[in-house]
Design a binder for this molecule. Structure first.
Ligand code: XBP
Ligand code: MG
Length: 243
């Protein structure tokens, strides 16, 4: 089987965005909205079981601030808070506060130099992805990616397979010819439910998650002593095929 494409998750995979990025931005949005909510590092770890920023705010309200359930137009209000949060997250990206994880740029360069397609399959908003890529890889970085699947472009977020199925359809490729790189159990469930073999690079909040369905589990793309490159991933795809 020839490797055709590598599909990258964003949050926790391309960059460690959650603890010092999204969480900070949520709290800044709550402050601007005069809400006495504060998502500390531990609470945020609990809330991360829910993918999607709007969905996470809703989950928080249902479990920690139920008095807000009676609010008129609650969904619109949540969307407004989330919009403010995205503004603060983009600021953090533009201030260079969120670098790429080790080995990401090197692997992207290696895959592209070997004519392997690269794509994105993420829950976060397109604006966050495009700004992260341009701030860390340069203004032409969006063209590096054959397909970018993000946010509300699909009805169901991870762990549902929708975003990976959408990206495969845009790539016009079959799952067997692709590999996904993810950081979380929800992400792994999403990619494997779409039939894509998946490499895990564990992130800040996912140390204790179940990665038994992954084909390879790494601390990151650099610290294994053996650089993960196009050849490694191709061998992995074929190795697993033979079983
Ligand atoms: C992880 C998510 C996202 C982010 C917040 O995305 O669940 O919702 O936590 O981003 P990924 P938004 O699939 O890249 O791991 O607030 O933009 O949703
Ligand atoms: Mg992730």
């Amino acid at each position: 089987m020839t490797l055709a494409a590598v599909l990258f998750d964003v949050d926790g995979t391309l960059a460690d965005t959650e603890r010092d990025g999204h969480r900070i931005a949520f709290n800044q949005a709550f402050e601007e909205s005069q809400l006495d909510w504060n998502w500390d590092v531990d609470l945020y770890g609990v809330l991360l079981q829910i993918t999607g920023g709007k969905e996470r705010i809703r989950f928080y309200i249902e479990n920690y601030a139920p008095s807000f359930l009676n609010k008129n137009n609650l969904e619109d209000w949540i969307a407004q808070i989330h919009k403010i949060k995205t503004k603060y997250f983009l600021n953090l990206l533009k201030e260079g506060k969120i670098p790429l994880r080790p080995g990401i740029k090197r692997l992207l360069d290696d895959l592209r130099s070997n004519n392997i397609k690269v794509a994105i399959a993420t829950t976060t908003t397109y604006e966050n992805v495009s700004t992260l890529l341009q701030c860390t890889l340069g203004n032409d970085a969006l063209e590096w990616f054959d397909v970018i699947g993000a946010g509300d472009i699909v009805p169901n977020k991870k762990p549902a397979p929708d975003i990976y199925q959408w990206v495969l359809k845009q790539l016009n490729l079959s799952a067997e010819t692709c590999i996904a790189i993810e950081d979380s159990e929800n992400g792994l469930k999403s990619s494997t439910a779409a039939g894509i073999r998946t490499i895990i690079t564990i992130s800040e909040y996912t140390q204790k998650q179940d990665f038994s369905d992954a084909i390879l589990v790494l601390e990151d793309l650099e610290t294994t002593g053996k650089q993960i490159d196009t050849q490694t991933i191709s061998n992995l795809l074929n190795q697993k095929q033979n079983k």
